[in-house]
Design a protein around this ligand. Structure first.
Ligand code: AMP
Length: 299
């Protein structure tokens, strides 16, 4: 595995890779959710690039940029063991020199829910992903369903700016008790961690009610909100339209049940997509049955 540190060297090396190239951007402190994306990129491509960059642009002034977990040596070992060809790990100063001033604004999709709670967050995400895509020029970009509004925002950017990459959104990887894997789970104390699976239980309850035909959103959401265990408190739990990320009213499937529960200052983000009548989950991409690599050989 080659490690590159600047946009120019990343592009130079990425251009020598055999295509198709799969790319997995991360902020490091890797867990099984990240590694599932890497493994999928490995199965579906000839070459795989991962990045580790804790992006200051997507953190608010009172958020956890400074204390965000960093574990570069361990992360690099894991990525190498999972077959990554190139690790791009730029320094903040190389990504954002003092003259840096450009920002990508997405529009209404980036203004509800996470966008409303974290002003500037999605502009920061879109801007860094655009920079990473320009450096790596991947065939496919692999994102997690865990951050589903982020995936929708990046898809919108790629579509609106005619970027030449497929966006693949892979299902959320969970602990056995249902808690979505997250680098921020290390912030939880024992009591918060014990209560955390109630987030996914509440989300699953809403999804099941919708699937069995219940359409009274206030009733479903009130019952689900009561399922959260102390000391967690809801930031939000709602049913949104997958195209606009506005709260669904009236409810039409497909939809996405989105939630953030707060454990002290830590925000635990999760969601459950609910398929429409065609059985297709919104935003989440099915795994390719025949990998691109063998398709090329078959042809
Ligand atoms: P992060 O390092 O948190 O920025 O995440 C990097 C990528 O991994 C993003 O596309 C996330 O959506 C994805 N990801 C994070 N946690 C999970 C998870 N539990 N399951 C699947 N993907 C995840």
């Amino acid at each position: 595995m080659q490690i590159v540190r600047t946009p120019g060297s990343a592009r130079a090396i990425a251009r020598t890779l055999l295509r198709p190239v799969g790319f997995v951007p991360t902020m490091g402190a890797l867990h099984d959710g990240h590694l599932a994306l890497v493994d999928r990129a490995r199965r579906e491509n000839t070459s795989v690039v991962a990045s580790i960059f804790v992006n200051p642009l997507q953190f608010g002034p009172t958020e956890d940029f400074e204390k965000y977990p960093r574990a570069f040596a361990r992360d690099a070992e894991l990525l190498e063991a999972h077959g990554v060809d190139v690790l791009y790990a730029p320094a903040v100063e190389r990504m954002y020199p003092p003259t840096f001033a450009t920002s990508i604004s997405i529009g209404p999709l980036a203004e509800s829910f996470e966008g409303a709670r974290r002003p500037g967050h999605f502009a920061g995400v879109a801007t860094v992903v655009a920079k990473l895509l320009h450096a790596i020029e991947p065939t496919s970009l692999y994102l997690g369903q865990k951050d589903i509004q982020q995936a929708a925002v990046v898809r919108a950017m790629v579509r609106d700016l005619d970027m030449a990459t497929n966006v693949v959104v892979a299902p959320t990887v969970r602990e056995v008790d249902g808690l979505a894997r997250s680098s921020r789970n290390v912030y939880l104390n024992a009591t918060q961690r014990a209560a955390a699976p109630s987030i996914f239980r509440a989300l699953s309850f809403v999804a099941e009610e919708l699937l069995r035909g219940e359409r009274n959103a206030p009733r479903i959401l009130a019952a689900a909100r009561a399922m959260l265990e102390a000391p967690l408190v809801w930031d939000y739990l709602d049913i949104v339209d997958p195209l606009t990320f506005a709260a669904c009213d009236p409810i039409v499937l497909p939809a996405i049940v989105v939630a953030v529960a707060k454990a002290g200052v830590t925000r635990l983000l999760d969601n459950v997509p609910v398929a429409g009548a065609d059985g297709v989950l919104p935003l989440v991409s099915m795994e390719r049955v025949i990998p691109l690599v063998s398709q090329a050989r078959v042809r």
